[in-house]
Write a protein of this length. Structure first.
Length: 305
């Protein structure tokens, strides 16, 4: 089967979408298009086609935008993932060969993850939906599950790392494992996986540069910065109970706290090496990274060294 050429991005201005777009632009084999909402002010880079549609993503507009595309890569923001059902239907109607859902993160197919918060739940339902469509031959799919990006972690005070305050918050004993991948290896993995169409068809691609605990992460941060952090500890079970109650009472932002819990505790599918599936870094020929190296690079890039 011929390789993929025409690639359309949804959410290209976001945290991972912008990294993917930048790396794909370096590859002459791809013709790139960005789908953008009318309310967005994002300016596409030179040589990238832009299609603007209403913010509500009307189905007819989606079909028109997707027509002629080989691959649709969805990098939508966290709380918008449920919009993908109509996007999958539009991709099928438009004749798209492969749909890449907004997955990333942890193993959303794990029942414990789905029960933790609506985002993990919705991502799993999208996976179930696209897999069912692939099973009847309507379309093929591929997803990337890559754990956490440490540069993003540091810039968003995630999983306990508050680098601006030089403070670290442990969840329970801080010994829960979670997998990490650099943004660059995530993008490279996506590109290389698309160049192996048969090997990656209808497959969730697991990527992990390494798996670490909060305690290991803090040690690497302190080593890189040459300072000692103050530490606190929270009880994860009490925290999760509190935040689930907050969500039930209409606090949408509490969902983000439950997402943090999914990674930091190591109990909800974030330790990819222990999940059903294959870590494909070596098969895809991705560069190897160490915790100390990634932490130092990330802190330096963000101006924290």
């Amino acid at each position: 089967m011929a390789g993929f050429q025409n690639v359309l991005f949804i959410g290209a201005s976001g945290s991972i979408g912008s990294v993917l777009l930048n790396e794909f632009r370096k590859e002459a084999t791809f013709t790139l298009t960005i789908l953008q909402r009318a309310s967005s002010n994002f300016e596409p880079p030179a040589g990238v086609k832009l299609i603007t549609i209403p913010d509500s993503y009307p189905s007819d507009d989606l079909v028109a935008a997707f027509r002629g595309q080989d691959v649709v890569i969805n990098c939508m923001t966290t709380l918008s993932v449920a919009n993908q059902f109509r996007m999958i239907d539009a991709a099928i109607a438009a004749g798209v060969r492969r749909y890449v859902p907004s997955e990333f993160g942890l193993n959303n197919m794990k029942p414990e993850a789905q029960a933790l918060n609506s985002v993990f739940h919705d991502k799993a339902k999208v996976q179930e939906y696209i897999r069912a469509k692939a099973a009847d031959g309507s379309i093929e799919w591929m997803s990337i599950t890559c754990g956490l990006w440490l540069k993003w972690v540091f810039s968003h005070d995630w999983v306990g790392a508050h680098v601006r305050e030089r403070k670290f918050v442990f969840w329970d004993d801080g010994e829960g494992y979670f997998s990490c991948t650099t943004e660059e290896n995530t993008a490279a993995g996506m590109i290389k996986a698309l160049r192996m169409p048969e090997e990656t068809k209808n497959k969730n691609i697991f990527l992990s540069d390494f798996a670490i605990t909060q305690k290991q992460l803090l040690a690497a941060i302190e080593k890189a910065q040459g300072v000692k952090y103050t530490t606190e500890t929270i009880n994860s079970e009490a925290f999760i109970k509190e935040k689930k109650e907050a969500v039930r009472n209409g606090d949408t932002l509490a969902t983000f706290d439950l997402i943090k819990a999914g990674f930091a505790t190591g109990r909800f599918g974030g330790h990819l090496e222990k999940e059903p599936g294959e870590i494909m870094n070596d098969k895809l020929g991705l560069p190897k990274h160490t915790l100390d190296g990634v932490v130092a690079d990330a802190l330096g890039a963000l101006g924290f060294l």
